[in-house]
Design a protein around this ligand. Structure first.
Ligand code: ZN
Length: 205
């Protein structure tokens, strides 16, 4: 019933997180029915993002692509942050949730994935060597690594692995206090809950 170009757009929208077939169709029809300016602006913004955004070379957060020497994000280049504090998160969304709480003023390291024995993700797939390099590379020594992986089975397994792996470096490894519901996602926890979980963080042995 729909022209092929619209069907293609529906197919693409439906691949986005939390977007089902009906919502995908609503987006496509909304854009098709409107002044073409909106669709064009959206298309241009997507292309600009695809070409101009890369992972930060230091932390894995999103950064503007630059020609030289490497792309560094706004957080890593913010001189007002405490370089002795490093927060390890699974995804950029989790970093955003922690930023919204305003309870953390250190730097970050984005793992990109969690240890997941059930899904076959082993320790060798996590960027542990890059994390160790990151901890050892700064002028100011990292004093504490706060592991802010989600309170799920995979998140807890990853936290324990990091505690073991980083012990030899002599940094204090801490974990978010409970408060974010077990199995819950940091992305959906409110800023106050995240702020409390950061304030109440405890050492990981
Ligand atoms: Zn960064």
């Amino acid at each position: 019933m729909l022209p092929g170009r619209i069907q293609e757009l529906v197919r693409l929208f439906a691949q986005l997180p939390s977007v089902g077939e009906k919502t995908a169709q609503r987006f496509a029809l909304f854009l098709a029915a409107r002044d073409p300016e909106m669709a064009r602006a959206l298309g241009e913004a997507l292309i600009a993002m695809a070409d101009g955004i890369v992972p930060c070379a230091r932390c894995g957060n999103l950064a503007e692509a630059v020609a030289s020497p490497e792309a560094i994000c706004g957080i890593c280049s913010d001189g007002k942050r405490d370089p002795a504090l490093l927060c390890v998160v699974a995804r950029v969304q989790d970093l955003m949730s922690i930023e919204r709480s305003s309870a953390f003023r250190g730097h970050y390291f984005v793992l990109g994935k969690l240890l997941s024995p059930l899904e076959g993700v082993g320790a060798e797939e996590l960027p542990l060597a890059a994390l160790r390099r990151r901890i050892q590379s700064t002028d100011t020594p990292v004093r504490e690594v706060l592991v802010a992986t989600p309170p799920s089975v995979d998140g807890e397994a990853t936290a324990l692995l990091l505690a073991q792996d980083l012990r030899a470096l002599g940094v204090r490894v801490t974990r978010l206090a409970s408060g974010v519901p077990h199995g819950g996602d940091l992305e959906f926890a409110d800023p106050v809950t995240i702020g409390r979980a950061i304030a109440g963080r405890r050492g990981l042995e």
